[in-house]
Design a binder for this molecule. Structure first.
Ligand SMILES: [Zn+2]
Length: 66
């Protein structure tokens, strides 16, 4: 592997939101087996580990209307 690949890899790990000025971790590790989890936006936002099947749902703060 060439040295230049690392930077590209790191960029893939984060989502930089310029509007909100936040940086989010795009890929996080599975608490069960330690491998990188995949992020899925549909049908619901969640993290899913393809290795052991662990799924973590993302709780959204409720906005506005009741
Ligand atoms: Zn796992």
């Amino acid at each position: 592997m060439a040295g230049g690949d690392l930077e590209t890899y790191v960029h893939k790990l984060y989502i930089v939101d310029l509007k909100q000025g936040t940086v989010k971790l795009k890929n996080k590790k599975c608490p069960r087996c330690g491998s990188i989890m995949g992020y899925h936006k549909k049908p619901v936002e969640r993290w899913h580990c393809g290795k052991c099947g662990y799924t973590e749902f993302i709780a959204k703060p409720r906005v506005g209307k009741r």
